[in-house]
Design a binder for this molecule. Structure first.
Ligand SMILES: [Zn+2]
Length: 293
């Protein structure tokens, strides 16, 4: 089974009125002012998944600052998973800086069948991931419902890019120290946090933290797959950041890397299966799809 752990979908009416949203949210403008930066519907995503034999994808909207926009994106995600229950797994977008409003929206999304919270975009939404006061209510509601948290992260070094932000390894590690029992997925290899898992005391703190491969070819040499596989084979989650990257391209690159087939399978879907507790959900009657490598 292949599971893409990080994809964005956008309601067709937002795609059609993109210019209005560029004015309404500064972080959205940073990422999407460039007309070449694509926005895609759930159906576009399904087509790309079919082209790459991807069984399932974790989908979410954009990390808006305004909770009205978050709610609208979440509505679209809930409608989309209802249309494609065997293919799409939805996460809820919220702005933790809004406190109880964010918690209420998470509760609404859980009732609507969403399994996680993300992508958190602390820089665009106006809080810090290691702000205990802002994050405690979010983590509490996540733990209560068994939700996975997924956050944007970036490298403290290297080239700048739109939406890079400042959620760097030190901040991610401080979050894990505050909330060691929360299941956290760090996008983009945690901005390099995965390398610090070579330090035993960090690995201990990060026992419930996973790393997705979203946008990897824009950031790292493909050697990162085989290197990370050596010390953290159970922690890597195949992810594209679709529509930034079509899944077929990333899967081909990962298959070209020298590593044990068992490890590749874990990265492409096995680890995600465990993190999302798909086995338990299957037993409970949820559809998990068929297929495989
Ligand atoms: Zn993303």
């Amino acid at each position: 089974m292949i599971i893409d752990f990080h994809t964005h979908i956008t309601a067709p009416e937002i795609i059609a009125r993109r210019d209005e949203y560029l004015v309404r949210d500064a972080w959205f403008r940073d990422l999407y002012a460039n007309p070449n930066a694509r926005l895609s519907s759930a159906e576009d995503l399904i087509q790309a998944m079919d082209a790459a034999s991807v069984d399932r994808a974790v989908v979410f909207g954009f990390g808006w600052r305004d909770m009205d926009l978050c709610r609208r994106d979440n509505d679209y995600v809930m409608e989309s998973i209802a249309r494609h229950p065997e293919r799409l797994i939805g996460f809820a977008i919220v702005n933790p800086a809004t406190g109880p409003e964010a918690v209420r929206e998470i509760e609404r999304c859980v009732a609507g069948g969403l399994w996680g919270i993300g992508e958190l975009m602390p820089d665009g939404q106006g809080y810090r991931l290691d702000d205990e006061k802002a994050m405690t209510p979010i983590v509490e509601v996540a733990m209560e419902h068994g939700l996975v948290l997924l956050t944007h992260c970036s490298e403290p070094v290297g080239h700048l890019y739109p939406g890079k932000g400042t959620v760097t390894p030190d901040e991610v590690i401080r979050f894990a120290r505050l909330f060691p029992d929360a299941t956290l997925v760090c996008a983009h290899w945690g901005g390099g946090t995965i390398f610090y898992e070579l330090m035993p005391e960090v690995a201990q703190v990060m026992r419930n933290v996973y790393y997705d491969t979203a946008a990897s070819p824009f950031l790292y040499q493909d050697d990162i797959f085989s290197l990370a596989a050596r010390w953290a084979p159970g922690k890597v989650l195949f992810a594209t950041d679709y529509p930034l990257l079509p899944p077929l391209r990333l899967i081909q690159r990962m298959r070209a890397v020298r590593m044990p087939i068992v490890t590749l399978r874990r990265m492409l879907g096995g680890n995600a299966w465990r993190v999302l507790r798909l086995g338990e959900r299957e037993k409970a009657g949820g559809y998990v799809g068929a297929g495989g490598l």
